[in-house]
Structure formats: structure tokens, C-alpha cells
Design a protein around this ligand. Structure first.
Ligand SMILES: C[S@@+](CC[C@H](N)C(=O)[O-])C[C@H]1O[C@@H](n2cnc3c(N)ncnc32)[C@H](O)[C@@H]1O
Length: 254
């Protein structure tokens, strides 16, 4: 998982949409920012640069192993002293109320069993007038070229339904923020686009195939045939994969 998060983080199309969302929030110099579910720290490293020498980033994740990896990966970064790391559950944050200027969760909400609880916790620890920002993919909005459309649909939908607590999380984020008591909610819809089968996209599709076999959606031969279909499409110069990302931001009332 750590390798996969870093590979996604480096993929230019993904880096662009992640940074566009951070500008949309926006994150500025001198701010105290919380990231819930920081993984290997891809977003934390961007945030540490954005908040500047007077700002601070608090990075939390439920996984100690990922947090250790994140700390190691940030060691060489010039801005590492602006970052603090802590193991914590987004549904029960170990912070006093009103402590942060902004609280973010990037590609996390779709994994959590109780998104409203996490959004409320993020709102609680954000100061009045501060922002809560959530960004997620929406697995009901993935388009990919393949010779066998029905098989592609069966694998993509079947795997997403079993892997994510809410595969359509992206489109629900604005409503989630309003339900958590935030106001002035804005939405930025963005698209991950790949026409060359980037390494991260290739791994994404291979993992979909592996999981489709594990969940009994298809057999091994069918999964291999499905992956071979992408090779043909790429060779013909016809590969397109797009995935919608929804970024929502709300303000904590004064
Ligand atoms: C897909 S990763 C995203 C990592 C990072 N935000 C990024 O965009 O690269 C999701 C992360 O959320 C963490 N996570 C899932 N549920 C969580 C929870 N309830 N509280 C804190 N972290 C959680 C996972 O451990 C994982 O590191």
C-alpha cells in the first residue's frame, strides 16, 4: 500500500489535481493544518511547503506502520520540522476543540465506516471561520476503454462495492459537510486522466483483477484476459482512463 500511495503521489495527473484542491481550500502561510489519514505523507509534504516556516502540519493516521513510513520519507525534506505525526482515529481525534485553521482528509472518507462521525470530529477541532476539506474519488465515475465493456463493468463495480465503505463517496462530500454543520460549502470536481497507462494506473487495474479473482467475481483466466485487453488497447493508442475526484470545502460557523 505504501508503495502504491507514493506512486500515485508522483503521477503528474494526480499531483496536479491534489495541488489544485489544496489551492481551492485554500491553505496559506502560517496556518495550522490537520491531515486525517495521511498515509505515507504525500499530502503532508505539500502542506508543509504551503504553510511556510511559521505554519504547522499535524498528520494523523490509524496505521502506525504507514505513519512510520511517512516520517521516514519526510526526513530529507527541508520542512520536516513543521510536521508532527500521531497515530489516531479520525472518528475520535485526540485534540482540543478549535485548534486548527484547516482540517483535511484526502482519499480517506470512502474508507471509513462512519463518515459523518469523522467529518464532525474534523469540524470540532477546526476553529470557527476555519475550513474542513474532503477530497475523494468516486468509483461510480470511472471510465476506461476495453474491448469487453460488460466484463469491465462487472469487475470495476464488483470490486469497488466490496472494498470501499462508500464507493460513491466523492459525490456525497458536499452533503456530508453540511450534515456536519459546516457552511458556505463549495465543490471542485476534477478528473484524473491517463492516456498512456501510467505505472500507477497499471497497478490499479492489476489490483482490480487480483481482487476480482479473490472475491469470486471472475476466474483467473478471465482476469488475465481482461488485463490483456488493456495491453491491446494501449498498443492501438486507444487507452483512456478517467476517474472523477470531488473536493468539497466548508467553513465552521463563527
Ligand atoms: C488511500 S490512503 C490516503 C493517504 C493520503 N491522504 C494520500 O492521499 O496519499 C487512506 C489512509 O487513511 C487511513 N485511514 C483509514 N481510516 C482511518 C481512520 N478512521 N482514521 C485515521 N486514518 C484512517 C489509512 O490508514 C490510510 O493511510
Amino acid at each position: 500500500m505504501a508503495r502504491n500511495l507514493e506512486a500515485r503521489g508522483r503521477t503528474p495527473a494526480y499531483a496536479r489535481l491534489r495541488r489544485r484542491f489544496l489551492r481551492f481550500v485554500p491553505i496559506g502561510p502560517g496556518e495550522r493544518v490537520l491531515e486525517v489519514g495521511c498515509g505515507t505523507g504525500v499530502v503532508v509534504r505539500d502542506l508543509a511547503a504551503l504553510v511556510g516556516s511559521r505554519g504547522r502540519v499535524m498528520a494523523v493516521d490509524a496505521s502506525r506502520r504507514l505513519l512510520d513510513r511517512a516520517r521516514a520519507l519526510s526526513r530529507a525534506a527541508a520542512c520536516r520540522r513543521r510536521i508532527a505525526w500521531r497515530v489516531a482515529d479520525g472518528a475520535k481525534l485526540p485534540f482540543a476543540a478549535d485548534r486548527f485553521d484547516a482540517a483535511l482528509a484526502i482519499t480517506v472518507i470512502l474508507h471509513v465506516p462512519d463518515p459523518l462521525r469523522v467529518a464532525r470530529e474534523m469540524a470540532r477541532v477546526t476553529r470557527p471561520g476555519g475550513r474542513v476539506g474532503l477530497q475523494d474519488q468516486d468509483f461510480g465515475a470511472v471510465a476506461v476503454t476495453h474491448p469487453d465493456r460488460a466484463l469491465t463493468e462487472r469487475i470495476m463495480r464488483g470490486v469497488a462495492e466490496r472494498v470501499y465503505a462508500e464507493p460513491h463517496s466523492g459525490r456525497r462530500l458536499p452533503g456530508l459537510l453540511r450534515a456536519a454543520g459546516l457552511v458556505d460549502v463549495r465543490l471542485l470536481t476534477d478528473v484524473y486522466q491517463d492516456t498512456t497507462l501510467e505505472p500507477w494506473t497499471k497497478t490499479f487495474l492489476e489490483r482490480r483483477a487480483e481482487r476480482a479473482v479473490r472475491f469470486g467475481i471472475v476466474d483467473v483466466a478471465t482476469a488475465e484476459r481482461w488485463l490483456d485487453g488493456f495491453t491491446e488497447v494501449v498498443a492501438a493508442g486507444a487507452f483512456v482512463l478517467t476517474m472523477n475526484y470531488y473536493g468539497a470545502v466548508g467553513v465552521k460557523p463563527q
